[in-house]
Design a protein around this ligand. Sequence first.
Ligand code: AQP
Length: 336
Amino acid sequence: MRIFSGIQPTGRKHLGNYLGAIRQYVAGQDRGESIYCIVDLHAITVPYEPSELSRTVLDTTAVLMAAGLDPQRCILFRQSDVKEHTELCWLLTSVTAYGELGRMHQFKEKSAQQRDFISAGLFTYPILQAADILAYQTDEVPVGEDQKQHLELARDIAQRFNARYGLTFTVPQHRIPEVAARVMDLQAPEKKMSTTGGTELGTVLVLDEPNEIRRKFTTAVTDSGRDIVRREDKPGISNLIEILAAARGIGPEEVEKEYSDAPGYAGFKRDVGEAVVGLLAPVRERYVQIRSDEETLEETLARGAERARRIASETLKQGRQRMGIGSGPSRAVPSS
Ligand code: AQP
């Protein structure tokens, strides 16, 4: 089985990224052939600082390795080093409907955040994402719940291409964790924890100091009442239950049971903070050491890109032939 996922080089990865995606990437190394990419070409679709991008790619690479990605057991690379992604993206634009792109929640949310300029890249972002995935004949894509719609579009694109030009792409499945698939902001639990749209105090960063993590949990917004149960009118507590369950590797109903007699929220919030410190502190410690060796990080990405290119170029060759691009007759298999 082949597993692929991409992650933005924002450097400031948060607990949502960690529980929703990064932990699954690490587990993927034991489940199949794993390929992970730092998507710097996606990062340029919104305002960003060019002089910082190469640094934040290395920050993100170091976070992933500190979390447990092992370049001996997975392919880890920078998206822009494998040019096949951009060419395949262009080919796929011709089997993607304009209307589909306009319906993407992420486009609607992110375009609403832009004041003066909405790039066409933000609109076509999901096609590049589909190219990233389809280039590797991916079976499974570990992602958080917010990426479900993009994944469905990638499947539609693959199916449409296969129907029109003949079987070319594996149609991928998403893999969304059962618990903590959508970690919410601790200060605004109706919104997902996020790099760009969240509150400072409500966003727990993977690289936060332990005391900072504790502070964020003790000040987390809760709800009226005392019950520690998941309920629609208790978004703050529901979020904390999911986080504690994910951090301890148990079901949320076990957390509810354990705290059924709790006298209030304070002790519970402290326990969630401690569990998250236990989860993230070792990552932070390893990060410091891994990040200090830039040469090794660059070498890791270069080696990963070489291995990735071998797979992606084969897929692209087939896609081009099917579509009649370049010299030689098209090898399209016309649909009846
Ligand atoms: N709150 C979340 N809960 C669970 N999973 C999440 N993911 C993101 N937020 C949550 C998952 O993390 C992976 C990487 O996402 P990305 O590449 O989009 O990285 P990001 O830009 O740092 O993520 P954000 O915070 O979602 O960014 P903005 O603020 O730009 O919207 C994905 O698999 C995603 O599902």
